[in-house]
Design a protein around this ligand. Structure first.
Ligand SMILES: [Zn+2]
Length: 96
């Protein structure tokens, strides 16, 4: 079964790194603000965590539609990983 890719594979990698980078930058920023100024900055921190998390979960392989961060971790057990494999672990499509 050959699906028509809706994103080019390198776009997937870019989107993933964008999510990771914005989590690092804004996560650190809100954490710093929370520690220095007020605990209320933890609210945007959690909102950011969940929105980036769900957005990353919505990134799928353009060919087989598998979630790209759902990968075999050990002994064939699947889990969500904070990294991206070089190839899709289901259809072997290269991501860059
Ligand atoms: Zn795939």
């Amino acid at each position: 079964m050959e699906l028509q890719p809706k994103d080019k594979p390198f776009v997937i990698r870019k989107k993933f790194y964008l999510a990771l980078a914005s989590w690092m930058v804004f996560g650190m920023m809100f954490l710093y603000l929370a520690l220095v100024y007020s605990n209320y900055f933890l609210i945007p921190l959690f909102l950011l965590f969940f929105s980036i998390g769900f957005w990353t979960l919505s990134l799928r392989c353009p060919r087989c539609n598998k979630q790209i961060i759902l990968n075999p971790v050990i002994f064939g057990i699947y889990g969500y990983t904070p990294w991206l494999p070089y190839n899709c672990t289901q259809c072997d499509l290269e991501f860059d």
